[in-house]
Design a binder for this molecule. Structure first.
Ligand code: ATP
Length: 451
């Protein structure tokens, strides 16, 4: 399990500007969260890492950005209007509401009161399109991004001149009126998903399903999640949707136990068949080589941005003792770290200012940096450790003489001293994975450092 409890992460997120309660000055908005200056960088980095792995690094996947509001028929065809519901029970005494399938006991867990019979509660948020607020104007905030992909399948197929297998990837907001939210950003009412629909020829689906199970599991591992805290759990028969051929959840060992990060399903041809039926449009494809026409099967890896952010925060959190002092460090993968390098002048002495300004300018714009000149250097290192900054660059009076700066590595605490004109290239190399102790021309290892 991650070595930290949820309260510690929630408090760090608030204190350091990762995540705030939504509309906090008005007492909050249930199940909604705002990402602050560091949180928004982390979240963007998670989405970019996903997009890179799913779209840029492959030649069989393209991207899409569909609108949140869609024709309401989409949600009739997909089954959401009929079936996207959870069983809701009310406590007759304290009036609190719960999801019946999440309760272990038959009494209210808050006050012990009697519960009502479960009734089905649809999780889609409704609103109205246009000026008239009547039944005909009802539209839904999308509860998943996937349907935007299915309804654009034909557009993308024909305009991108691709053959199967073809994946269409999308990242965006989804909304679910969850009965009970909780566990910080794990279950909220407004969240972001990273979904990909991979369209394949029927018969090749088992192969691609295995492929995506491996790819998705490894994505989390490559970005630093410990394998012990990650598992692939196959769905039981009762959990499977009637049309699904198979489904696995990628689960992380959160402080509240194993919980879903991502679902990976073999959905057969269900979605395209449904949209064909309801729209009257033929969504089959013709394969030149075999002269066959068929409705593609689809493999769907569907991940949550916010749950990934939470898992990366929990898994990277470490407390240790350095030089008899407690050090909190987020060992975030450099690709995810909100700030890549901090520029720290040893003092505020004005003699240092021109060089510090020049050094900062030489790396700003390449990646996210932060300048900090307040309080002792030790404290400034700790502040950067706590938000996961991989490298701190310090400029001292010696730097004025030898035109060199010191870089400190967050994880090993090693320090190297290098010429300023190779700083940018050196940081880029380290961020891309070069061993910290590899020295650029003119560089040297600083021996005494351990802070
Ligand atoms: P759960 O069983 O936890 O409600 P789900 O099976 O309904 O999740 P999916 O419909 O498979 O979830 O959605 C895909 C992904 O979207 C989930 O794995 C999760 O990461 C994310 N997700 C779904 N609901 C929420 C939510 N309310 N808050 C944050 N992320 C969510």
């Amino acid at each position: 399990m991650s070595s930290v409890d949820m309260e510690t992460i929630v408090s760090l997120c608030k204190r350091r500007g990762f995540i705030f309660q939504s509309s906090e000055i008005y007492g909050g908005a249930g199940g909604c969260w705002d990402y602050g200056p560091l949180g928004v960088e982390l979240k963007r980095n998670v989405k970019e890492a996903w997009w890179k792995a799913m779209v840029h690094d492959r030649d069989d996947v393209v991207g899409l950005d569909a609108s949140i509001l869609m024709n309401p028929q989409v949600w009739v065809a997909s089954g959401h209007v009929q079936q996207f519901s959870d069983p809701l029970v009310d406590c007759k005494a304290c009036k609190n509401r719960f999801r019946a399938d999440h309760l272990k006991e038959t009494k209210c867990p808050d006050c012990g009161g009697e519960l009502t019979e479960p009734r089905m509660f649809n999780l889609m948020f409704k609103t109205f399109m246009g000026p008239v607020e009547n039944d005909a104007a009802v539209v839904y905030l999308r509860p998943e991004t996937a349907q935007g992909i299915f309804v654009n399948f034909q557009n993308v197929m024909s305009t991108s001149r691709r053959k199967l297998p073809l994946g269409i990837a999308q990242v965006g907001k989804s909304f679910r009126n969850e009965i009970t939210t909780g566990n910080f950003i794990f279950r909220s009412r407004e969240f972001e998903q990273m979904e990909m629909e991979y369209f394949v020829k029927p018969g090749t689906d088992d192969h691609w399903f295995q492929h995506w199970l491996e790819q998705r599991f490894n994505w989390y591992v490559k970005l630093g999640i410990r394998k012990d805290n990650l598992r692939l759990r196959p769905h039981e028969k009762e959990e499977l949707a009637h049309y699904a051929k198979g489904c696995y959840d990628v689960e992380y060992l959160f402080p509240m136990g194993w919980s879903e990060l991502e679902g990976i399903a073999n959905r057969g041809s269900y979605d395209l068949e449904q949209h064909s039926k309801f729209s009257g449009k033929d969504l089959s494809v013709f394969e030149e080589e075999s002269k066959e026409r068929f409705v593609p099967y689809v493999i769907e890896p569907s991940a949550g941005v916010d749950r990934s952010v939470l898992a990366f925060l929990l898994d990277s959190y470490h407390e240790e003792v350095v030089e008899k002092e407690k050090r909190v460090v987020l060992r975030l993968h450099p690709a995810l770290a909100p700030i890549k390098a901090a520029v720290l002048p040893l003092s505020r002495n004005e003699k240092l200012v021109p060089m510090v300004t020049q050094v900062h300018a030489s790396i700003r714009g390449c990646f996210m940096t932060q300048y900090d000149d307040s309080q002792s250097i030790g404290r400034r290192y700790r502040r950067q450790d706590e938000v996961g900054t991989p490298y701190c660059v310090t400029i001292d009076f010696q730097s004025l003489e030898d035109k060199q700066v010191t870089i400190r590595d967050r994880d090993s605490l090693h320090q190297i001293r290098i010429p300023t004109d190779v700083l940018r290239a050196t940081l880029l190399a380290k961020l891309a994975g070069e061993d910290f102790d590899v020295l650029p021309p003119g560089g040297s290892l600083v021996s005494s450092a351990k802070s």
